[in-house]
Design a protein around this ligand. Structure first.
Ligand code: PLP
Length: 389
């Protein structure tokens, strides 16, 4: 057990990329939505009231990304939004799929035969390789690129990717799940939205990564266009996603998104940078540090120390962090993201620390101390390989 850590609040939650804590404004909006009895599809007064609330949430979300309300298809989360895009644009419309090597399983598992676009050592999409792959396609493909990586936080060069897709007539789908609730105007995702680079792309969003509820999301289409549904059902969402929409959750999502846009992400980034300095002193190597990254994410490798051992040691001290990659069974697996970055050995030794929107600075500092002590303990036991040793 590690001695001498100072944090008062236990456990300290530092796993925002798995899910952000609920924002108070989202909670309020959810409660308001739960009070509504009507089904938004009903034509009577109660239905109409629910419909007005649902459409307001849709308008708010679409507008934040420069889209018309009717381009927004509500889903049960990021996974469904990604799967819906692959289903509609690839499987049904007959496009082959190209995807980045570091995509989330929501994309990877939905198109197992896709062509894989390599990334460089920082996890950034290799645009020259993408161009070569696009040039050899006989049918214009669907290209799937995540805006920011869930493990390292590294942003994709979306403007360049979008330009290549336009040039080769490919359709671009952007998994914006991690980036969408962390926009500060100058980040790579916001800039690509602002200059119109993503006007022709679809975007996958997830409420719980913004501080909204789990189990809600959206697919933003480039325009109000038909899309073959995964769930035909009763033809809701203009025939693009059947099933009664989760009114309260989508209202919570809209409120969370709005709050996330008022957040000072630069403050969080400064805290993250301070923490990284301490972790590096402790012997860690930070993955993707030279690339543009999400402001809250640290992917840290402690050479020689299995991620599972680090997680257990930190958990005992009261810190909730995650391995580079954790599957739904809770088992720690090797990170395909770090493997794709050429970090074969590091792939089983990385933990991810992702600061939530409401993190306390003192908790981040205390975590840094706990990490330092943990590293010393592993060094004493001869497990930690220091760069100089
Ligand atoms: N895409 C990325 C990049 C993610 O990080 C996640 C969740 O971790 C998803 C998609 C899936 O989103 P959801 O949990 O809403 O299904």
């Amino acid at each position: 057990m590690i001695q001498g850590t100072a944090s008062r609040n236990r456990p300290v939650y530092l796993d925002a990329n798995a899910t952000e804590p609920l924002r108070p404004a989202a909670r309020e909006a959810i409660l308001a939505g739960l009070e509504q009895t009507g089904n938004p599809a009903s034509v009577h007064a109660a239905g109409r009231t629910a419909r007005i609330m649902l459409e307001e949430a849709r308008r708010q979300i679409a507008t934040a990304f420069g889209r018309e309300a009717d381009s927004c298809v509500f889903t049960s989360g990021g996974t469904e939004a990604d799967t819906l895009a692959l289903h509609g644009f690839a499987r049904v419309e007959g496009r082959p799929v190209l995807m980045g090597a570091t995509e989330h399983d929501a994309i990877r598992k939905a198109a197992p035969d896709a062509g894989i676009i390599p990334v460089d050592g920082q996890g950034v999409i290799d645009c020259a390789a993408l161009e070569d792959m696009l040039a050899t396609q006989t049918v214009p493909p669907l290209v799937c690129i995540m805006a920011a990586n869930n493990e390292t936080g590294v942003y994709a060069p979306l403007r360049e990717v979008a330009a290549l897709c336009r040039h080769h007539g490919a359709f671009l789908h952007v998994d914006a799940v991690q980036a969408a609730g962390r926009m500060w105007k100058q980040d790579a995702f916001s800039l690509a939205l602002k200059d119109g680079s993503l006007a022709g792309a679809s975007l996958a969003l997830s409420a719980h990564k913004m501080g909204g509820p789990k189990g809600a999301g959206a697919l933003l289409l480039p325009e109000d266009r038909p899309l073959p549904p995964l769930l035909p059902g009763g033809g809701q969402e203009r025939g693009r996603r059947g099933g009664t929409p989760a009114l309260a959750s989508h209202m919570g999502m809209a409120a969370a998104l709005e709050e996330s846009r008022k957040q000072d992400w630069k403050l969080l980034e400064a805290l993250r940078d301070e923490l990284e300095t301490v972790m590096i002193q402790a012997g860690a190597i930070i993955m993707g540090r030279d690339g543009a990254r999400l402001p809250n994410t640290v992917s840290a490798v402690l050479p020689g120390v299995a991620a599972q051992m680090q997680l257990m040691a930190l958990d005992i001290e009261g810190y909730c962090v995650s391995a580079g990659s954790a599957c739904s069974s809770g088992k720690v697996s090797r990170s395909h993201v770090l493997e794709a970055m050429g970090q074969e050995e590091a792939a089983g030794q990385a933990i991810r620390v992702s600061l939530p929107w409401n993190v306390a600075a003192e908790d981040v500092k205390a975590f840094g101390q706990a990490y330092m002590l943990m590293a010393q303990r592993f060094a004493e036991r001869g497990v930690l390989k220091r760069a100089s040793s």
